[in-house]
Design a protein around this ligand. Sequence first.
Ligand SMILES: *[C@@H]1O[C@H](CO)[C@@H](O)[C@H](O)[C@H]1NC(C)=O
Ligand SMILES: *[C@@H]1O[C@H](CO)[C@@H](O)[C@H](O)[C@H]1NC(C)=O
Length: 735
Amino acid sequence: MLPVILLSYITLSVAAPGCDPDKVAITGGEYRLTNGTHIGSRVEYTCPEGKYPHPAYSRECQSNGQWKNEKVRAECRVVQCPRPVQFEHGEFFPRKPRYFVGDVLQFECWAGFHMYGPENRTCQANGKWSGEETKCDNNVGDCPNPGIPIGATKVGTSYQSGDTVTYECQRGLRMFGSKERTCMKNKRWSGAEPSCRFWYTYDTPPEVAQTFSASISEIIEASDLDKVEERNIFRVRRDGDMNIFIVIDTSRSVGKRNFETAKEASIVFIEKMASFDFTLRYGVISYASFVKPIVRLSDEDSTDAEAVIKKIQTFQYSEHEDKTGTNTQGGLREVFNMLSLQQHRDPKKFLEKRNVILLMTDGKHNDGGDPTVEVKRIRELLDIRDDNDREDYLDIYVFGIGDDIDEEHINDLASKKDPEKHVFKTESVDRMREAFDEMLDEAEVLQRCGLSKEPSKDEGVEVTYPWIAKITISRPGSEERCKGSIVSKSFILTAAHCFHLDEELHHITVRVGDRSLKVKSLYRHDKYDPLGKRDKMVEKSFDYDLALIELGERIQYSRKVRPICLPCTTGTSWALKQRGIAVTCSDHEKTLLSSGLVRAMFVAEERERQYEGKNVLIKRGNKRLTCLEDAKKLEKFQNIPDIKDLITDNFFCTGGTEPEVDPQTCKDDAGGPLIVRFRQRYVQVGVISWGTINSCAGTKRRPGLVPPLSRDFHTDLFRVSDWLKNKLKELEFLN
Ligand SMILES: *[C@@H]1O[C@H](CO)[C@@H](O)[C@H](O)[C@H]1NC(C)=O
Ligand SMILES: *[C@@H]1O[C@H](CO)[C@@H](O)[C@H](O)[C@H]1NC(C)=O
């Protein structure tokens, strides 16, 4: 008997000041302790893929000597995905009470409804269904069907301008995104698409990297381009183009290790941002019960990435003496204060700067009151109202860190903008860091279509027109030139008439940037047939004058060489700020070609490598009829009975002298893009094809000598988008 008593006596005396070590284990998984079984230590659980720790990712040894919630034994449980409860205008199957990892849901739309989004969705190991929401729509509403996220119910089924829908997640699920959305006058829904998640659902690093990058690179590009218009580049640079606030929760619920990783993640973020060619001003704030600014916006070196990183590195977790509270409101109030000071110094410039806040928190604020109050004040300071189109000036991203995140609170703080995501929750802070490592490759930003830069000191004008390709056809005894546009890494879009029908590919070279590339294939539009309308007295028909050149090698994108936007692609939806699953080709058309006279441009090269944008007006509707009438007046077309056989509906018309004198296109311009600019993005709507009167002197336009009857015609890309979609597998086209 004696030895047993002795043993238990010893165990008791050692374990006395902490929590019971027998109560930390998890069935089916692993755990680690942050400070043994001492009071204040945390146990962190991990489970194999497809399982999650129940009842929580971690628990703390409380001052009463008990693990939090210690009566519930920890175990790894199988991950489920939310169950669909409502699906509008269609069916889904199989119908089951529960869905586990690997289960596939299949959707079908009723007759008369078109499906947007995937037909099949798979339950993934992180508790989310793969892909975007599936929706069925018959497009009778002003706004598209906003859809019902899996796990939610929706109230409101009318989608006319001014209508509102509200969402509710099923019991046990938490909502990210907007609970209520209104169909706005611009035919888009307010807020952000909601989703319903279990408490253990998280975003994987690639998901975070992709969605966060997409959102932030839009901001970067947009703000970079704002600067171009500014002209006085030096001043703007020194001043900083954009404010970035990094606000880190240092409270004990977040933990020291998480805090260190959050610091590392911020540094990764700052390094990535520093690789872009523009200046940012940083504010970095840490908070627990109290707020500690690490970098102030007003600091001399707050635009110096290295100095900012150094200050973050040297900031210690221990600098917050009192870590018991989580004063998120205080953290955001500091952002407000820094902004107020900046406003005070230069009120005008202040309103021109964009602002990004990255808030890393577990969302459990318990000190200092409701942080959404500060978000409201910041919005007021930046003069952002529902009705003044200034939403672009503030983006608040919230990253859930720590083990037990309060989803509702972090969702309340994040910006809600369609189609972007501003709230993320990763499995651990390490995963968030990983996501930051993966995000924002320069290569990814370069892929964004239709961008153009102002040349810096040692750059040529190519950066302003980086999507122009020069095509040379060197046949024995003759040489011809055309232009084209870079539409993807392997394809150049140009005009079919540039080539003979039996053209030998080795005669063609394509020049992009400083490189000459060989041609692998040449595809003319199937309906291009120059001699096919002789019976209608059309000597040479340019109908469907369109060709794609497939290059022998893939283009490396750079500042000088990058793609233009094509209609009906998702890249263009981003450029037009229309991304969302229900955006259609005709939405692009309505946005880009919104009136009878559309301001457009083409790029001329009157002297070698001296590109120059030329403004023209696309004549549409009744104004286009004049183009046909003017052509009829020309002698060479007198014997064509129906001019519409020559000028089919597949052409855009520019040129002439009414209401403005449009510069003419010359021979070497053919195949080049006809471009419509939307804000600072360039979308190609046509391919330069032919003109009625050539008054160019070789490749040069003669100033002041535009004959009133002269017209130029361009192949309308909206009318050939099916052909493009079929050929350009590298690009993502809309449904
Ligand atoms: C671990 O717990 C002991 C006992 O409570 C304490 O003295 C020590 O400071 C703790 N260590 C850390 C890193 O928190
Ligand atoms: C969806 O799943 C069904 C059944 O497995 C399959 O027949 C169908 O091809 C899938 N659809 C797509 C688009 O993958």
